[in-house]
Design a protein around this ligand. Structure first.
Ligand SMILES: *Cc1c(COP(=O)(O)O)cnc(C)c1O
Length: 398
């Protein structure tokens, strides 16, 4: 049985009528830039996120870039962020002329390790960008406390975590601003690119709106230099058709994750990284202490939205061997991310070396994402789990 990593066709088949109606609405209105669909999306996302202001933009990347611009971060500034994340988190910091400073991640939830943040703070540090990786929030309590103590801004990269929560508050609404992506494979995906910034600060919202359209509030009068960071009205309309189904799709992903966990744990070959979450405790196992041949994604937060279900396969070459096996069986998988950001060629001038951030480097070698999309069928999950267990059982670690 072939199992795809994603299958947007299944999601869209169920929503086809609504999506076509959304298209027709915009097509007939000829209102393609800004207007009622964009305003409607912003209002509905603000309700969903329980935050006063949202600003819909052209992509998740642009949401981060625009936020950095609106907060006045630029040359001479340093911004702390994880290394084990998608490129945009740090790429945007560089694009505004600031310097990304990379922090290692924790071995339980893959998020930025709050215990590693303070040692990298300097007089130039202006902000922290925690990333809520794979769909669960970083340890925001500790991060916000550090930020407060050192007078730093907190910009949440919530691209993978719309709807996840930290202690009852939505991801992306805890810091100065939260940045979301509507890339098609995110939990709320457009039929193209899109993004959103959420904030509780009305002044910041005003600056974001102005910078979204060339730094102008009155057409052709520019108070600052912005850009074109607008979302298409069509994408806004498609997203409005999908938003009412978002919570059900999160629930389906959680059920899929629970099924994987059950199957893997029952085999005796799998374990969670540590008994207790090191986000919350000080325990810090070395990467080599992970003995189980298969480490499962630990949900520190019950509101994990599983944008990805990422397993860890310790041992030299084991992850790549497993991937080859899955490929041969027609099972989709992906590596998020094969090279941590501190080792990317474009960041060479920053002077990191191999060994600088051991966990980020270990995850890049050992993790692989499995199919987790909401419409995945139970027998498909069983097939994926069965193939993984047969690979691990037959070729024990050396
Ligand atoms: C997807 C993603 C982005 C960028 O979003 P785009 O909409 O693709 O520009 C940024 N950060 C993280 C962590 C992401 O996963």
């Amino acid at each position: 049985m072939k199992v795809p990593l994603f299958d947007l066709g299944r999601q869209h088949a169920a929503l086809e009528k609504d999506l076509r109606a959304a298209f027709d609405r915009v097509f007939t209105s000829t209102y393609f830039i800004m207007g009622p669909e964009v305003e409607g999306l912003e209002r509905e996302c603000a309700d969903y996120l329980r935050v006063p202001e949202t600003i819909a933009v052209s992509s998740g990347t642009d949401a981060i870039l625009l936020t950095l611009m609106a907060l006045g971060i630029g040359p001479g500034d340093e911004v702390l962020c994880p290394s084990y994340t998608f490129f945009a988190t740090a790429g945007c910091v560089s694009r505004v002329g600031a310097t990304p400073v990379f922090i290692d991640s924790t071995p339980c939830c893959y998020n930025i390790d709050p215990a590693r943040i303070e040692e990298r703070i300097t007089p130039r540090t202006k902000a922290i960008i925690p990333v809520h990786l794979f769909g669960q929030t970083a340890e925001m309590g500790a991060i916000l406390e550090i930020a407060k103590r050192h007078d730093l801004l907190v910009i949440e990269d919530a691209a993978q975590a719309i709807g996840a929560e930290y202690q009852g508050r939505r991801a992306g609404t805890l810091g100065e601003a939260g940045c979301f992506s509507f890339f098609p494979t995110k939990n709320l995906g457009a039929l193209g690119d899109g993004g959103l910034v959420a904030t509780r600060d009305p002044e910041l919202a005003k600056r974001l709106r102005s910078l979204r359209t060339h730094g102008s509030q009155v057409k052709y009068y520019h108070e600052s230099v912005g850009g074109n960071f607008r979302i298409d009205a069509l994408q806004a309309a498609f997203l409005r058709a999908k938003l009412p189904h978002l919570d059900a799709s999160h629930a389906a992903r959680r059920a899929n994750a629970a099924r994987y966990n059950r199957l893997f744990l029952a085999s005796g070959l799998a374990a969670f990284p540590t008994a207790a979450c090191v986000c919350l405790e000080t325990q810090r196992p070395e990467p080599s202490q992970a003995r189980s041949p298969l480490l499962l994604p630990f949900a520190c937060q019950p509101t994990h939205i599983y944008n990805q279900y990422v397993i860890r396969v310790p041992g030299a070459g084991r992850r790549d061997g497993l991937r080859t096996h899955l490929q041969a069986k027609g099972i989709g998988s992906e590596i998020y991310y094969p090279l941590p950001l501190h080792l990317q060629k474009c960041f060479e001038p920053l002077g990191y070396r191999e060994g600088s951030l051991p966990f980020a480097e270990t995850f890049a070698r050992e993790t692989v994402a499995l199919p987790i999309f909401p419409e995945l069928r139970e027998e498909e999950i069983d097939t994926v789990a069965g193939e993984i267990l047969s690979f691990l059982g037959e070729a024990p670690p050396v």
